[in-house]
Design a protein around this ligand. Structure first.
Ligand SMILES: Cc1cc2nc3c(=O)[nH]c(=O)nc-3n(C[C@H](O)[C@H](O)[C@H](O)COP(=O)(O)O)c2cc1C
Length: 287
Protein backbone atom coordinates (compact mmCIF):
# COMPACT_ATOMS: atom_id res chain seq x y z
CA UNK A 1 0.00 0.00 0.00
CA UNK A 2 1.35 3.46 -0.86
CA UNK A 3 1.99 5.79 2.05
CA UNK A 4 -0.61 8.34 0.96
CA UNK A 5 -3.25 5.62 0.86
CA UNK A 6 -2.35 4.57 4.42
CA UNK A 7 -2.35 8.19 5.59
CA UNK A 8 -5.83 8.76 4.16
CA UNK A 9 -7.10 5.50 5.66
CA UNK A 10 -5.58 5.95 9.14
CA UNK A 11 -7.91 7.10 11.90
CA UNK A 12 -8.16 6.78 15.65
CA UNK A 13 -10.34 3.95 16.89
CA UNK A 14 -11.68 3.91 20.43
CA UNK A 15 -13.61 0.68 20.67
CA UNK A 16 -12.03 -2.71 20.20
CA UNK A 17 -13.12 -6.32 19.89
CA UNK A 18 -11.83 -8.65 22.63
CA UNK A 19 -9.97 -10.79 20.06
CA UNK A 20 -6.21 -10.50 20.35
CA UNK A 21 -4.23 -10.03 17.14
CA UNK A 22 -2.27 -13.15 16.16
CA UNK A 23 1.26 -13.25 17.55
CA UNK A 24 2.66 -13.15 13.99
CA UNK A 25 1.07 -9.70 13.55
CA UNK A 26 2.71 -8.42 16.73
CA UNK A 27 6.03 -9.94 15.65
CA UNK A 28 5.72 -8.13 12.31
CA UNK A 29 5.15 -4.84 14.15
CA UNK A 30 8.23 -5.45 16.30
CA UNK A 31 10.31 -6.23 13.23
CA UNK A 32 9.01 -3.15 11.44
CA UNK A 33 9.93 -1.02 14.45
CA UNK A 34 13.52 -2.33 14.39
CA UNK A 35 13.94 -1.21 10.79
CA UNK A 36 12.23 2.18 10.96
CA UNK A 37 13.94 5.29 9.64
CA UNK A 38 14.36 7.71 12.53
CA UNK A 39 14.11 11.49 12.59
CA UNK A 40 17.15 11.51 14.90
CA UNK A 41 19.05 8.31 14.11
CA UNK A 42 21.32 8.27 17.17
CA UNK A 43 18.46 8.08 19.68
CA UNK A 44 17.89 4.60 21.07
CA UNK A 45 14.27 3.52 21.32
CA UNK A 46 12.45 0.35 22.32
CA UNK A 47 8.96 -0.94 21.73
CA UNK A 48 7.26 -2.98 24.44
CA UNK A 49 4.11 -4.83 23.41
CA UNK A 50 1.76 -5.86 26.21
CA UNK A 51 -1.39 -7.96 26.12
CA UNK A 52 -3.70 -9.13 28.88
CA UNK A 53 -4.03 -7.50 32.30
CA UNK A 54 -2.19 -4.33 31.39
CA UNK A 55 -5.52 -2.93 30.11
CA UNK A 56 -6.74 -2.68 33.71
CA UNK A 57 -3.55 -1.22 35.13
CA UNK A 58 -3.17 1.44 32.42
CA UNK A 59 -6.72 2.70 33.01
CA UNK A 60 -6.42 6.06 34.77
CA UNK A 61 -2.72 6.34 33.90
CA UNK A 62 -2.91 7.11 30.17
CA UNK A 63 -5.50 8.61 27.82
CA UNK A 64 -7.84 11.61 27.88
CA UNK A 65 -9.61 11.53 31.23
CA UNK A 66 -7.64 8.34 31.94
CA UNK A 67 -9.57 6.32 29.36
CA UNK A 68 -7.63 3.50 27.69
CA UNK A 69 -10.52 1.75 25.88
CA UNK A 70 -9.76 -1.80 27.10
CA UNK A 71 -7.78 -2.70 23.99
CA UNK A 72 -6.36 -6.23 23.68
CA UNK A 73 -2.87 -4.84 23.01
CA UNK A 74 -0.92 -1.80 24.22
CA UNK A 75 2.34 -0.64 22.74
CA UNK A 76 4.66 1.43 24.85
CA UNK A 77 7.55 3.18 23.16
CA UNK A 78 10.58 3.91 25.32
CA UNK A 79 13.26 6.39 24.42
CA UNK A 80 16.56 7.73 25.58
CA UNK A 81 16.27 11.39 26.57
CA UNK A 82 18.30 13.36 24.07
CA UNK A 83 17.65 16.50 22.04
CA UNK A 84 14.44 16.12 20.01
CA UNK A 85 13.66 12.66 21.41
CA UNK A 86 9.94 13.45 21.62
CA UNK A 87 9.69 14.64 18.02
CA UNK A 88 11.60 11.50 17.07
CA UNK A 89 9.17 9.33 19.07
CA UNK A 90 6.14 11.01 17.46
CA UNK A 91 7.68 10.40 14.05
CA UNK A 92 8.27 6.71 14.76
CA UNK A 93 4.87 6.20 16.39
CA UNK A 94 3.00 7.69 13.44
CA UNK A 95 4.92 5.47 11.03
CA UNK A 96 4.07 2.49 13.23
CA UNK A 97 0.37 3.45 13.19
CA UNK A 98 0.50 3.69 9.40
CA UNK A 99 2.04 0.23 9.29
CA UNK A 100 -0.72 -1.07 11.58
CA UNK A 101 -3.29 0.50 9.27
CA UNK A 102 -1.69 -1.38 6.36
CA UNK A 103 -1.87 -4.76 8.10
CA UNK A 104 -5.46 -4.22 9.24
CA UNK A 105 -4.92 -3.36 12.89
CA UNK A 106 -6.71 -0.37 14.48
CA UNK A 107 -5.14 1.96 17.00
CA UNK A 108 -5.46 5.02 19.19
CA UNK A 109 -2.64 7.08 20.72
CA UNK A 110 -2.99 7.62 24.46
CA UNK A 111 -1.54 10.68 26.10
CA UNK A 112 0.70 9.89 29.07
CA UNK A 113 2.77 12.55 30.78
CA UNK A 114 3.77 10.36 33.72
CA UNK A 115 6.40 8.00 32.33
CA UNK A 116 7.09 6.31 35.68
CA UNK A 117 3.40 5.54 36.21
CA UNK A 118 3.14 4.05 32.70
CA UNK A 119 6.20 1.88 33.23
CA UNK A 120 4.86 0.69 36.58
CA UNK A 121 1.43 -0.10 35.13
CA UNK A 122 2.97 -1.98 32.20
CA UNK A 123 5.57 -3.71 34.38
CA UNK A 124 8.50 -2.23 32.48
CA UNK A 125 11.88 -1.85 34.10
CA UNK A 126 13.92 0.58 32.08
CA UNK A 127 15.96 3.74 32.44
CA UNK A 128 14.40 5.02 29.24
CA UNK A 129 11.33 7.28 29.28
CA UNK A 130 7.91 5.93 28.29
CA UNK A 131 7.20 8.39 25.48
CA UNK A 132 4.21 6.99 23.59
CA UNK A 133 1.36 4.65 24.50
CA UNK A 134 -0.80 3.20 21.74
CA UNK A 135 -3.92 1.09 22.24
CA UNK A 136 -4.47 -1.37 19.41
CA UNK A 137 -6.56 -4.26 18.22
CA UNK A 138 -9.43 -4.86 15.85
CA UNK A 139 -11.91 -1.99 15.90
CA UNK A 140 -15.63 -2.60 16.24
CA UNK A 141 -18.09 -2.05 13.44
CA UNK A 142 -18.49 1.54 12.24
CA UNK A 143 -21.85 2.12 13.88
CA UNK A 144 -20.43 1.31 17.31
CA UNK A 145 -17.20 3.27 17.10
CA UNK A 146 -16.67 6.19 19.42
CA UNK A 147 -15.98 9.61 18.06
CA UNK A 148 -14.17 12.28 19.97
CA UNK A 149 -15.99 15.52 20.81
CA UNK A 150 -13.90 18.22 22.41
CA UNK A 151 -15.93 20.80 24.29
CA UNK A 152 -12.89 22.04 26.19
CA UNK A 153 -9.78 20.22 27.50
CA UNK A 154 -11.51 18.97 30.63
CA UNK A 155 -14.64 18.03 28.74
CA UNK A 156 -13.71 15.50 26.10
CA UNK A 157 -16.66 13.32 25.19
CA UNK A 158 -16.58 10.00 23.40
CA UNK A 159 -19.80 9.72 21.43
CA UNK A 160 -21.00 6.79 19.42
CA UNK A 161 -21.48 8.05 15.93
CA UNK A 162 -21.09 6.81 12.39
CA UNK A 163 -18.71 8.60 10.03
CA UNK A 164 -16.17 9.16 12.79
CA UNK A 165 -13.38 10.79 10.80
CA UNK A 166 -12.06 13.67 12.92
CA UNK A 167 -12.45 17.03 11.14
CA UNK A 168 -9.09 18.55 10.25
CA UNK A 169 -7.88 21.99 9.23
CA UNK A 170 -7.59 21.83 5.46
CA UNK A 171 -4.18 21.92 3.85
CA UNK A 172 -5.13 25.31 2.37
CA UNK A 173 -5.56 26.73 5.88
CA UNK A 174 -2.42 25.12 7.21
CA UNK A 175 0.17 26.25 4.68
CA UNK A 176 1.28 29.81 3.90
CA UNK A 177 3.43 31.24 1.15
CA UNK A 178 6.27 33.63 2.15
CA UNK A 179 4.17 35.57 4.68
CA UNK A 180 2.09 34.40 7.61
CA UNK A 181 -1.52 34.05 6.46
CA UNK A 182 -0.78 34.40 2.73
CA UNK A 183 -2.48 31.66 0.75
CA UNK A 184 -0.50 29.35 -1.49
CA UNK A 185 -1.24 29.15 -5.21
CA UNK A 186 -1.77 25.38 -5.52
CA UNK A 187 -1.72 25.40 -9.31
CA UNK A 188 0.58 22.59 -10.51
CA UNK A 189 2.55 25.17 -12.51
CA UNK A 190 3.24 27.10 -9.32
CA UNK A 191 3.98 24.32 -6.86
CA UNK A 192 5.65 20.94 -7.18
CA UNK A 193 2.80 18.39 -7.09
CA UNK A 194 4.80 16.15 -4.73
CA UNK A 195 5.27 19.04 -2.30
CA UNK A 196 1.53 19.68 -2.57
CA UNK A 197 0.76 16.02 -1.74
CA UNK A 198 3.33 15.97 1.09
CA UNK A 199 1.66 18.96 2.73
CA UNK A 200 -1.74 17.35 2.24
CA UNK A 201 -0.37 14.22 3.98
CA UNK A 202 1.07 16.41 6.77
CA UNK A 203 -2.37 17.94 7.34
CA UNK A 204 -3.90 14.49 8.00
CA UNK A 205 -1.61 13.59 10.90
CA UNK A 206 -3.07 12.70 14.28
CA UNK A 207 -2.65 15.30 17.02
CA UNK A 208 -3.47 15.67 20.68
CA UNK A 209 -7.16 16.62 20.98
CA UNK A 210 -7.04 17.05 17.20
CA UNK A 211 -5.63 20.54 17.82
CA UNK A 212 -3.10 20.47 14.92
CA UNK A 213 -0.93 23.06 16.68
CA UNK A 214 1.27 23.72 13.67
CA UNK A 215 1.45 25.60 10.39
CA UNK A 216 3.79 25.28 7.42
CA UNK A 217 5.35 28.25 5.62
CA UNK A 218 6.95 27.98 2.16
CA UNK A 219 9.74 30.48 1.64
CA UNK A 220 11.82 30.04 -1.49
CA UNK A 221 12.60 26.35 -1.46
CA UNK A 222 12.48 26.08 2.33
CA UNK A 223 9.57 24.38 4.06
CA UNK A 224 9.29 25.76 7.59
CA UNK A 225 7.25 24.00 10.24
CA UNK A 226 5.98 26.35 12.94
CA UNK A 227 4.45 25.27 16.22
CA UNK A 228 2.08 26.95 18.63
CA UNK A 229 2.50 26.54 22.35
CA UNK A 230 -0.94 25.93 23.76
CA UNK A 231 -1.98 26.04 27.37
CA UNK A 232 -4.14 22.97 27.01
CA UNK A 233 -1.42 20.78 25.44
CA UNK A 234 1.67 19.60 27.29
CA UNK A 235 5.09 20.19 25.81
CA UNK A 236 5.39 16.42 25.40
CA UNK A 237 2.20 16.04 23.36
CA UNK A 238 3.05 19.10 21.24
CA UNK A 239 6.40 17.59 20.30
CA UNK A 240 4.83 14.21 19.56
CA UNK A 241 2.33 16.03 17.30
CA UNK A 242 5.22 17.65 15.46
CA UNK A 243 6.89 14.29 14.91
CA UNK A 244 3.66 12.83 13.55
CA UNK A 245 3.07 15.61 11.00
CA UNK A 246 6.74 15.48 9.90
CA UNK A 247 6.39 11.73 9.39
CA UNK A 248 3.37 12.15 7.12
CA UNK A 249 5.16 14.85 5.15
CA UNK A 250 8.27 12.69 4.72
CA UNK A 251 6.36 9.57 3.82
CA UNK A 252 5.15 11.28 0.63
CA UNK A 253 8.05 13.68 0.02
CA UNK A 254 10.63 10.89 0.14
CA UNK A 255 9.17 9.59 -3.10
CA UNK A 256 10.65 12.76 -4.59
CA UNK A 257 13.86 13.11 -2.61
CA UNK A 258 15.48 12.04 0.65
CA UNK A 259 13.96 14.24 3.34
CA UNK A 260 16.32 15.62 5.93
CA UNK A 261 14.62 17.88 8.46
CA UNK A 262 16.77 20.28 10.41
CA UNK A 263 15.41 21.06 13.83
CA UNK A 264 15.02 24.66 15.00
CA UNK A 265 14.61 27.84 12.95
CA UNK A 266 16.39 28.64 9.68
CA UNK A 267 18.16 31.97 9.28
CA UNK A 268 16.47 34.91 7.55
CA UNK A 269 12.82 34.32 8.41
CA UNK A 270 12.18 37.63 10.21
CA UNK A 271 10.12 38.96 7.28
CA UNK A 272 7.61 36.09 7.43
CA UNK A 273 5.80 37.71 10.35
CA UNK A 274 5.42 34.60 12.48
CA UNK A 275 3.04 35.59 15.29
CA UNK A 276 4.28 35.62 18.87
CA UNK A 277 2.47 32.47 19.90
CA UNK A 278 4.18 30.42 17.16
CA UNK A 279 7.84 29.61 16.60
CA UNK A 280 9.77 27.81 13.85
CA UNK A 281 10.37 24.24 15.02
CA UNK A 282 12.01 22.60 12.00
CA UNK A 283 12.76 23.22 8.34
CA UNK A 284 13.57 21.36 5.20
CA UNK A 285 15.17 22.48 1.92
CA UNK A 286 13.03 21.28 -1.00
CA UNK A 287 15.28 20.59 -4.00
C1 LIG B 1 0.28 12.97 21.02
C2 LIG B 1 -1.13 12.46 20.89
C3 LIG B 1 -1.84 12.10 22.03
C4 LIG B 1 -3.14 11.60 21.90
N1 LIG B 1 -3.80 11.20 23.03
C5 LIG B 1 -5.05 10.65 22.93
C6 LIG B 1 -5.74 10.16 24.09
O1 LIG B 1 -5.23 10.20 25.19
N2 LIG B 1 -6.97 9.64 23.92
C7 LIG B 1 -7.59 9.58 22.70
O2 LIG B 1 -8.72 9.11 22.63
N3 LIG B 1 -6.95 10.02 21.57
C8 LIG B 1 -5.69 10.53 21.67
N4 LIG B 1 -5.03 10.96 20.55
C9 LIG B 1 -5.68 10.82 19.23
C10 LIG B 1 -6.23 12.17 18.76
O3 LIG B 1 -7.33 12.57 19.54
C11 LIG B 1 -6.62 12.01 17.28
O4 LIG B 1 -5.46 11.80 16.53
C12 LIG B 1 -7.34 13.24 16.77
O5 LIG B 1 -8.59 13.39 17.40
C13 LIG B 1 -7.53 13.15 15.25
O6 LIG B 1 -8.26 12.00 14.90
P1 LIG B 1 -7.68 10.93 13.88
O7 LIG B 1 -6.49 10.28 14.55
O8 LIG B 1 -8.80 9.97 13.66
O9 LIG B 1 -7.25 11.63 12.64
C14 LIG B 1 -3.74 11.46 20.63
C15 LIG B 1 -3.00 11.83 19.49
C16 LIG B 1 -1.71 12.30 19.62
C17 LIG B 1 -0.92 12.62 18.38
Amino acid sequence: MKYLEKIEKRKSIREFMKREPESKMLEDISNYFQKQYKLVPEIETELVIRTGDVKNSLEGVAGYRGKCFMAPVYMIMLSEKKDYYLENAGYLAEDLCLYMTEIGLDHCWLTADDSEAVKKAAMIESDKEAVVVIACGFGKEEKEKKRLDILNPSNVLFKKRAGHIAPKIAQEEMVYQDKWGKKVDWDAYMIDPVLDQSLYAASLAPSFLNRQPYRYVLKGNTVILCVKEEEMTSDKDTKLDLGATMMNFDAVASEHDWVDWKMGAPAGIEDIGIPEEYKAAAYYEWN
